[in-house]
Design a protein around this ligand. Structure first.
Ligand code: ZN
Length: 139
């Protein structure tokens, strides 16, 4: 049987932090990460950046307020690993196929994110891991 949502590679790993500038400094000064630009994503309620690390990337997310999704995540669970992003082709088709298979989705349709077209699956359907699908030119 063919898999419902085969993926190309891990596009990035998302980390929730309280202070993105301090986190970026740590990754640059301690781990030698290259400079990266911080962007404000009002619709997601975060300041975010993608740090290139070899074949994958690290996404740092700082909530704009305690009421945003990432703000609530940090209040409940503290800073740390937030989500895993899988690089896929045909994200709209993948979300539809996952929905038909009964996987709980946060996004039924792809939307624009920092890393390309994105859509989140609910962690309840993926053993507690908030999982993001990403389609971009790195696929
Ligand atoms: Zn992400």
């Amino acid at each position: 049987m063919a898999a419902t949502c085969p993926f190309n590679h891990i596009d990035h790993v998302g980390v929730a932090v309280k202070d993105i500038d301090a986190a970026l400094r740590l990754f640059q000064e301690v781990f030698g990460a290259p400079p990266s630009e911080v962007e404000v994503l009002e619709d997601q309620g975060v300041r975010a950046t993608l740090v290139e690390v070899g074949q994958t990337r690290l996404e740092l997310l700082e909530p704009l307020s305690n009421e945003s999704a990432v703000g609530r995540f940090i209040e409940r669970r503290g800073e740390g690993l937030h989500h895993l992003a899988l690089n896929v082709n045909d994200i709209a088709g993948k979300l539809k196929a996952l929905d038909e298979r009964g996987i709980r989705l946060v996004d039924r349709e792809p939307r624009e994110g920092l890393s390309g077209a994105i859509g989140f699956l609910h962690p309840a359907s993926v053993f507690g891991v908030l999982t993001e699908l990403v389609e971009n030119d790195r696929g």
